[in-house]
Each structure stands twice: as C-alpha cells, then as structure tokens.
Design a protein around this ligand. Structure first.
Ligand SMILES: *Cc1c(COP(=O)(O)O)cnc(C)c1O
Length: 362
C-alpha cells in the first residue's frame, strides 16, 4: 500500500535550527512564563505583521476568548456559519450568543448586508472569519460597526502572511486573532496570537493570558492561563525564516490543481485587494452526492481530503435557535479541501487532480 496522503502535513524545521533554540532553553532553564524565546518570537512577529501589539497565547481558541473579554463583548455577537467550529464554540463558551449571518456564495466570507439585518440592541460584537485566508468585506464591516458602535474581532486563523490593500490583514478590526496550530501554514505546535492597534485592548489581553497578574503580589483583572511556552516559541522561531518558501510552495500546488481542474470543479473567488497565502485548496463539487462519491474513490487510493468546513455551524447541536443560513449549508455540503503541504510532489498533485477529473466527468 502506498503512503497515505492527508489534507496536510505539519511543517518541521531542520533539527539543527531547532536544537540551537532548545540549547538556549537548557541553558536558561526557563521553560515558560514569557521567557526570552517567547519574547523574541513576539518581537519578530510584530515586525512581520507590521503590527502595534502582538500578544502570543497558547492557542487560537484562547486568543478568541481573550479578545472577546478584553473588549467586553457580551450578549450577542454576529458571526459566520462557515468556519471551523472554534469560531462559534468560543462565543458560546464565553456565554455570548452567536447570531449567524449567511455568507457570500462566491467568496464564502460573511455577507455584510446580512450582518446589518441581524443587528439588534443586544448585539455587541461582530466576529467575521477570513476563511481560507480570503479577506472579508473589511470596508463595509467597518462602516456597519462604526454606525452601530460594535466591536469587531476578525478570526484570521487561516491568514498568516495575507495582505489586504498592501497592509498585513491582521491590522484590521478592533483585534484579529490567528492560530499557530501544527496544521496551519506557520505553527508553534500549539499556539496563537491576538493582534491589535488598540493599546488598552492589548494591555487587558496581556493581563488576561497570565491570570490577570500585573506584578508580583498584584492581580489587576480577571484572567486565565493562556501562556505560550518556550519550546513552542523555539518551534516558531525555527519556522519563521521558512515562511516565504512555504507560501511559494503552496502557491505552486494551488496553481497546479487550478490548471488541471479549472472548468471541472468550482474554485472560490478571491476578494479584490487580497495578496493571498494559498493556505488551502478548497474546491466546490456539484452537490453532496458527487462529493461523497469522490471522497470514496480518493480514499480507495489512500488520499484523504477533508470536508472543511462541514457542517454549517448554525446546525451544531448546542445551537438551539433556528437560523436561516441556506448558502452556508449548501456550500458546506459540497466543499472539499485538497491536500497541500511542503513535501507534496507534482506527481501526487497530478494524480489527485486526474482522479477528480475522471470522477466529475462520469
Ligand atoms: C484553527 C482555527 C481556530 C482555532 O485555533 P486553535 O489554535 O486550533 O485553537 C479558530 N478559528 C479557525 C477558523 C481555525 O481554523
């Protein structure tokens, strides 16, 4: 049996590079609590994102939770039903009721007109997602949030290295969060960050990730433990220099799939003004039955794409209020993410694309 091909494979840096940082940890004996490596990574990411404040945390989900709390989002928040489950579950976990606004059928990001329609006096925030790294309609979301005085937290978990109108995409909204989970384009094994231009939000988020402790013997605010550790920072520092290469490879993989499959399956549209990171290869099939047949054929060849994102989040068992997100439900039934990672070969991509072509033609 051939080696299985999964939707992704975590990137690993050269052992020599990683060891250099691990040796530093052995010398300092500082394993966590904002050691030198976490601080170094925070500084380097600040430069990379061209951001005023970068707060590293233990994962992207905690980044969302802390972001909501740091700007007092409560009551209800408007969000997209088409995302990874953490976008919704983090809201519910914080006692905030998610209200779903349906998506644009081509770009797959939240539809600003549907946000406007969902606003009522108990809504305090908007949590849109730059899904697959594609930008939301940032200008119109800003207009709406300004008009109603709502806070905006962008879930930019997929958007490492993405630029929008020449600026790193993490610099929009009141805050953006990003995930550095092992399966993401850039990772720290587990990890994430809150990025914000607002110093007050940054100050609260920094306290909150560390139990609310401001200084020895001084607790200033409610907090939780969301600290990144030194080993995770070592992984991040070892990978950061490789990000250019990682994105270039994903771009080449996406191009190859696109060249072979254009006209046979649908590719989501990119938003104008985006410099994309090619982090995922989502394709849309005709319907769910075509998708399920295709998945079966690929699995017989030990190829495992993933149904990112299925199911539509408005259908989660703990969402009791009925929502009407027909576009998200339809898309989630027929979207599939194809394998992409640094070691995938042109032959493998070619083989996957040919299999899909055969299947959708029949
Ligand atoms: C991965 C992801 C998260 C959660 O990040 P973790 O680091 O895994 O906690 C949140 N939102 C989206 C859209 C994601 O893809």
């Amino acid at each position: 049996m051939k080696n299985p091909i999964y939707v992704t494979k975590p990137f690993l840096p050269k052992k020599k590079t990683l060891n250099m940082y691990i040796n530093e940890i052995y010398l300092s004996r500082r394993l966590t609590n904002h050691g030198t490596l976490v601080r170094e990574l925070e500084q380097k990411l600040k430069e990379y994102f061209q951001a005023k404040n970068v707060i590293l945390v233990a994962n992207g989900t905690l980044a969302l939770q802390i972001a909501y709390k740091s700007m007092n989002i409560k009551g209800k928040a408007i969000t997209t039903p088409f995302s990874f489950v953490a976008t919704t579950s983090s809201l519910v976990w914080e006692g905030i009721k998610p209200i779903f606004a349906d998506i644009d059928p081509k770009k797959l990001t939240i539809d600003p007109e549907k946000i406007r329609k969902a606003i009522d006096p108990t809504v305090t925030g908007i949590v849109p997602v730059h899904v697959y790294g594609n930008a939301c309609d940032i200008e119109r979301i800003k207009e709406i949030s300004d008009e109603y005085g709502l806070n905006v937290v962008y879930d930019a978990a997929h958007a490492f290295g993405v630029k929008y109108r020449g600026k790193n995409i993490l610099n929009y909204g009141d805050a953006s969060i990003i995930s550095f989970h092992a399966t993401k384009l850039f990772h720290t094994i587990e990890g994430g960050a809150i990025v914000t231009q607002n110093d007050d939000i940054a100050h609260r988020a920094r306290l909150m990730r560390d139990f609310g402790i401001a200084d020895i013997d001084k607790v200033e605010d409610i907090g939780i433990n969301a600290k990144m550790n030194e080993f995770e920072a070592a992984m991040g520092l070892s990978i950061l220099g490789q990000v250019g290469k990682i994105i270039a490879k994903r771009k080449a993989v996406w191009r190859e799939y696109h060249d072979l499959l254009d006209g046979y399956v649908e590719f989501p549209e990119l938003t104008e003004g985006v410099e994309w990171n090619y982090s995922y290869v989502p394709i849309l099939l005709k319907d769910e039955s075509q998708l399920l047949k295709l998945v079966k054929v690929l699995e017989e060849k030990a190829i495992y794409p993933r149904r990112y994102f299925y199911p539509s989040l408005d259908t989660l068992p703990y969402i009791t209020e009925r929502h009407n997100s027909p576009i998200s439900r339809n898309i989630s039934e027929r979207v599939l993410c194809l394998p992409t990672y640094s070691e995938i070969s042109t032959e493998e991509v070619d083989n996957i694309a040919r299999t899909i072509k055969m299947e959708v033609r029949s």
